[in-house]
Design a protein around this ligand. Structure first.
Ligand code: ADP
Ligand code: MG
Length: 645
């Protein structure tokens, strides 16, 4: 039956192209060859189910990966369906190359490797990314099948002859090329197996043929709080309890039934947490999770976890692992998973996903959009459901999940529509309230104005003043809140958000006739400009209800936001010509110091008093500049000295 032939292909040589362009990650050959082994087993299982095949009782279906660092080989062995000579001819020699042509037609001119995530039916040939020579030995399950041996050294010629494989199944042997020896290293290979194969549906065993002694590792069932390297290496094995502890029986590196594939009703809280620890190596417990389980109109299963965020300064970055029938495809594929969901951690298995297309094609795929919509809907349902039925937990988690929810609302109108009634704000009493609740309470004092605190320390003066007059404010202290406020204003056209130092609501002050206000303001402005030497200082006289407040600074909301934005884009505020960025010095006419200054503009101490009043107002709003601070300290000492006279 010996046969020699040319691989049917129109190009001179497909292999250099495979090596260079097919996959951005060379380690993907492991995924392809192991999943082919799993496929072969799955096919045989199906035949068994319909009575076409009978498996010997003492045999376990499996895939075995054996490295030999000495020979620089990797073998992928399965006891699946096997192939006859005709099948090798059909599936390996011919079919694969029609995929290659499609691939070449599409990617001839492209230089961006990242654009390729699928496998073009070229799975088997990915072996040539790392090997110069590959052999196949296979024995079909069919009665009287003859073993077949195939080999090809990376040219366009292959050799096929009768082989000597005695057991049913297929062995693929890769003779690694000079650049790819690393994959025959035990640890490297194990790492790659864990990356791609942790949840494949057939038990996968791993072996280093050259290891001194294959130590049967003791599995500890106590979980260390600090994951050691070995522990990470073992992480695939959660099937422990299903296994009757055979003496010395090696354990598969994978978990053949991942938690997401089980029905949510059959999963325990501990299982969810353990799965999270094992998959994400995160030893902080997740806050909560969502088990996705959908059969129609498409098939999608998965678990999404809301991780605990330590501080707001943590770069919040999750990992969503995408699987296709339990075969790992990639992390964080933005085209499939809405960007804001990438703050979460989780696994999504979608067998229907068209993965053998480029990323840009995915982006425009209607089906992919449906998946994203479904996930969005489920996440919003979970959150709104919790808010409605378990408000206590919702409030407890709010600080952790709010950056995610806010980001989601800003990015995704659909998510925003679903979540809009479940956005809550912490108020000055530490209670969580909704926007309508705030607005209702504020009707009398600050209608349609929402006062917010961005920095509790700096704004404590203002908070006290608001509290005294029974006016509420909410905390909006996260980085994302700047953007979120603008977004909220766009969505609620009547509502205005004002930082607590930006505006004096009527409730805080008594009436001052327009005429009085103007004349007193003019007078005070003149005195203060002269005393401080600041020509452009903006002064305003107000009758504040609390007579103990001498002065304060207000910062015009819009001007401040502009300035902050410019700063964010790295522009110098002083170049924007906005000077003190909309700052107004408010002077309280009800205060005796201010009264004194008005009555005694020419007194020898008036200048110093004015300077001090101005500095104190500034200090309660923002830190002084170094030279201002120096002057302030010197002046304070001078004033203290006056007390001794
Ligand atoms: P795909 O898996 O997408 O079909 P591959 O290039 O990975 O593409 O494999 C091509 C074909 O070769 C498979 O469909 C299968 O028929 C056959 N094949 C590959 N590996 C094995 C194996 N280990 N056992 C049996 N058949 C195999
Ligand atoms: Mg395949």
């Amino acid at each position: 039956m010996a046969k020699r032939g040319n691989l049917s292909i129109n190009s001179e040589n497909i292999f250099p192209i495979i090596k260079k362009w097919l996959y951005s990650d060379h380690d993907i050959f492991v995924r392809e060859l192991v999943s082919n082994g799993c496929d072969a087993v799955t096919k045989l299982k199906k035949l068994e189910m319909i009575g076409e095949f009978e498996k010997p009782d003492d045999e376990e279906y499996m895939v075995k990966v054996i490295v030999s660092p000495e020979d620089k080989t990797i073998q992928f062995i399965d006891n699946g369906i096997g192939m006859t000579e005709d099948e090798v001819d059909e599936y390996i020699n011919q079919i694969a190359f029609s995929g290659a042509e499609a691939f070449m037609a599409q990617y001839k001119d492209k230089t961006n490797e990242d654009q390729i995530i699928g496998h073009f039916g070229l799975g088997f040939y990915s072996a040539y990314m790392v090997a110069d020579r590959v052999t196949i030995d296979s024995l079909s399950y069919k009665d009287g099948a003859v073993p077949v041996h195939w080999e090809c050294d990376g040219g366009t010629e292959f050799d096929m002859s009768e082989g000597d494989k005695a057991e049913r199944g297929t062995t693929i042997t890769l003779y690694l090329n000079d650049d790819s020896f690393e994959f025959s290293n035990e640890y490297r290979c194990r790492e790659v197996l864990e990356k791609y194969c942790s949840f494949m549906p057939v038990p996968i065993y791993f072996e280093n043929e050259d290891a001194e002694q294959p130590e049967p590792e003791e599995k500890e069932d106590v979980i260390d709080m600090e994951p050691s390297e070995e522990e990470k290496d073992e992480n695939g094995d959660v099937t422990l309890e299903d296994e009757d502890e055979e003496e010395d029986g090696p354990e598969p590196i994978n978990q053949t039934t991942p938690l997401w594939a089980k029905h949510p009703n059959d999963c325990t809280e501990e299982e969810y947490k353990e799965f999270y620890r094992n998959v994400f190596h995160d030893f902080k417990e997740p806050l909560f999770w969502i088990h996705l389980n959908m059969d129609y109109p498409f098939n999608l299963k998965g678990i999404l976890y809301f991780p605990k965020i330590n501080t707001q300064y943590d770069t919040i970055e999750g990992t969503i692992k995408l699987y296709n029938n339990q075969v790992f495809i990639a992390d964080n594929i933005k085209e499939v998973i809405p960007e804001y969901l990438l703050l979460l951690k989780g696994c999504i298995d979608c067998p229907d996903l068209p993965l053998n297309v480029s990323r840009s094609a995915l982006q425009n795929d209607g089906f992919v959009k449906k998946i994203a919509d479904y996930i969005t809907k489920k996440v919003a349902e979970k959150l709104s459901g919790m808010c409605k039925t378990d408000r206590e937990s919702y409030e407890k988690y709010w600080d952790d999940i709010s950056p995610f929810i806010k980001f989601g609302c800003i990015r995704d109108d659909k998510f925003s529509d679903r979540m809009k009634d479940y956005i809550i704000f912490k108020n000055m009493e530490g209670k969580y309230i909704t926007l309508p609740e705030y607005l209702e309470a504020a009707k009398e004092t600050n209608e349609n104005k929402v006062f917010y605190i961005s920095d509790e320390l700096v704004q404590s003066q203002y908070m006290n003043m608001f509290k005294e007059q029974g006016i509420d404010a909410v905390y909006l202290t996260e980085l994302i809140d700047n953007t979120f406020i603008t977004y909220l204003e766009q969505r609620n056209k009547d509502v205005q958000f004002l930082r607590i130092d930006s505006d004096l609501t009527e409730t805080l002050k008594e009436e001052l006739s327009e005429e009085d206000s103007k004349s007193i303001t003019d007078k005070l402005a003149e005195i203060f400009r002269k005393a401080t030497g600041e020509e452009h200082i903006i002064v305003k006289a107000e009758k504040l209800k609390n007579p103990e407040i001498t002065s304060m600074i207000t910062v015009q909301e819009q001007t401040r936001r502009m300035a902050e934005m410019m700063e964010m884009y790295g522009m110098d505020r002083s170049l924007t010509g906005m000077g003190a960025q909309g700052e107004t010095l408010i002077l309280n006419v009800n205060n005796n110091l201010v009264q004194y200054v008005m009555d005694n503009p020419e007194n020898e101490n008036t200048e110093m008093i004015c300077q001090q009043i101005y500095d104190l107002a500034k200090i309660s709003n923002h830190p002084l500049k170094p030279e201002e601070m120096t002057a302030f300290v010197a002046r304070s000492n001078k004033i203290l000295n006056l007390l001794t006279k």
